[in-house]
Write a protein that binds this ligand. Structure first.
Ligand code: SF4
Length: 497
């Protein structure tokens, strides 16, 4: 039911010669109003700055000739908003904090499509604040949040919010709220490019980003109703791990940026991989139970967006993953690893893959900056401060490189004093790779040595490798590979060079 209030306004200096009365329609269902003091004699009651901005504009146009261009009325707001949104898509700087200025500026004008607020880039607190900035109740933010993440709707468009009004479990959204979302909110950060299904049921999903780049997300159905989604955190990767297809693709898009890395993903682009994949496969696989940040990229090089995305995935009214079921992997960026352990409750995996600096310097060049001693001592100290927290060490087994009996005993020594689990991972070959996978028998022997020393150790076999969806295989086939690092003399035989 609509109600009408007479309003006396005096909002902008360009209207000073005129005293204008207008009627502003107020919806009874939305009494979340603001009282704005605009002058000694003027008290204005509006439900949202957008309402008054456009009311004023239409009045102004009827009085002034020629009409002022829209951009001149809203130029400062449009500039700020465009800064906020472009920061989200800017290469290497995708993260943009959502603060008061962004809220106030976003509220001032209907933006262009590219300037709309990307909903999945906001934490719940930010979404609530943004919704309130348009004069709506926090409860509307919760209803929206559930439609994005928590109700099996996975809304991708404002029209899908309307459609779910038919569902009895969800109460109705205010129609003005839906209208505001249609004007100011963007629901999608990704477009589906392709889905490839491997013989073991693993799906590799290719998503296209707004700037045309493509990322890959892998869905791995497991036993006992468990389904893991593996998300990417960057386009490409700068780490140049020698056994990894992603890290070895040269950057032929943006000359001058880090080798192999095209850009970081924004929070929205990370979160939406899990949401979009669940939406696509909802009738084919069990609901996702685990998220691993082990797709394209070094997650901790994009730590702001990754921590925020992981937090969004934990929200109990949304995706509601357990922190123990969201695992962020790193090749060993020590300062970021410390920060992650301080700021996030999610699980941490460290890609170890060698028991000497000599081998690790070769196959994981990040070791030249943060060597094994520093990496493991940092973990020892940091995990000593946490309760019931185990780091997961990933150990990709490469024949003749890191799979000897001596390696097994060295590994036992290295992880002493660190609460941990160890995953022994079968290497997934790819074109141009120097390495060969360790045989199953040798993996079992290696595993048994660790188990006898009371290490918590598991063997992980390849999944999805016939569609290049397995660990270390993500990326664009045919892309130009980066030059290989010189092979240490004693390993030349093992890798046939
Ligand atoms: S293993 Fe991970 S960190 Fe290393 S190059 Fe591949 S994607 Fe990057």
């Amino acid at each position: 039911m609509g109600h009408y209030y007479d309003q006396h306004i005096n909002p902008f200096c360009i209207l000073q010669p005129f005293r204008v009365s207008i009627v502003v329609k107020m919806e009874m269902s939305c009494l979340w109003t603001r009282r704005l003091l605009l002058g000694a004699n003027s008290v204005l009651l509006v439900k949202h700055p957008t309402t008054i901005a456009f009311s004023t504009f239409s009045v102004t146009r009827s009085i002034l000739s020629p009409p002022p261009p829209l951009i001149s009325l809203f130029s400062s707001s449009r500039r700020s908003l465009s800064t906020t949104t472009s920061a989200c898509s800017s290469p290497l700087h995708p993260h943009s904090d959502f603060g008061n200025d962004a809220v106030n500026d976003a509220a001032a004008a209907i933006p262009l499509e590219s300037q709309k607020m990307l909903l999945k880039g906001m934490s719940y607190t930010e979404l609530e604040k943004w919704v309130q900035s348009y004069g709506f109740r926090p409860g509307q933010a919760m209803m929206l949040w559930k439609r994005l993440y928590g109700s099996g709707i996975w809304a991708h468009h404002v029209d899908e919010l309307q459609g779910i009004l038919l569902l009895p479990i969800l109460s109705s959204l205010n129609k003005d709220f839906v209208k505001m979302l249609g004007e100011h909110a963007k629901f999608k950060a990704l477009s589906l490019e392709n889905i490839l299904t491997a013989s073991d049921g693993t799906r590799k999903i290719l998503f296209r980003l707004d700037d045309g780049l493509v990322i890959e997300t892998v869905v791995i159905p497991c036993d006992r109703g468990r389904t893991t989604v593996c998300v990417s955190s960057q386009v490409g990767c700068a780490m140049n791990c020698q056994f990894c297809f992603t890290g070895r693709q040269a950057n032929n898009f943006h000359v001058g940026t880090l080798m192999g890395l095209k850009r970081h993903l924004s929070t929205a682009e990370i979160v939406e991989q899990a949401v979009f994949a669940q939406r696509l496969l909802t009738n084919e696989v069990a609901p996702f139970t685990n998220v691993v940040f082990m797709g394209m990229g070094e997650p901790l090089q994009n730590i702001d967006s990754v921590i925020k995305a992981a937090d969004i995935m934990l929200h109990d009214q949304g995706l509601h993953f357990s922190p123990r079921k969201v695992t962020v992997s790193t090749s060993g960026l020590v300062p970021q690893l410390k920060r992650f352990l301080h700021e996030s409750n999610c699980a941490l995996a460290v890609s170890l893959n060698a028991t000497t600096d000599e081998v690790r310097n070769w196959i994981m060049p990040i070791n030249r900056k943060y060597d094994l001693g520093l990496l493991l001592q940092t973990l020892r100290e940091e995990l000593g401060l946490k309760n019931s927290y185990k780091v997961l060490f990933e150990y990709v087994m490469l024949e003749g490189v890191n799979d000897s009996v001596d390696d097994a005993y060295r590994l036992i020594d290295l992880v002493q004093g660190i609460p941990c689990k160890i995953n022994l991972i079968q290497f997934n070959p790819h074109c141009g790779s120097l390495f060969r996978p360790t045989s199953t028998e040798k993996m079992i022997e290696f595993r048994n040595i660790l188990a006898e020393a009371k290490c918590l150790v598991f063997m992980r076999y390849s999944k999805g490798d016939d569609q290049m969806a397995a660990c270390g295989q993500l990326g664009k086939p045919g892309a130009i590979p980066t030059p290989l690092i010189r092979v240490p003399e004693q390993f030349k035989l093992a890798v046939n060079v």
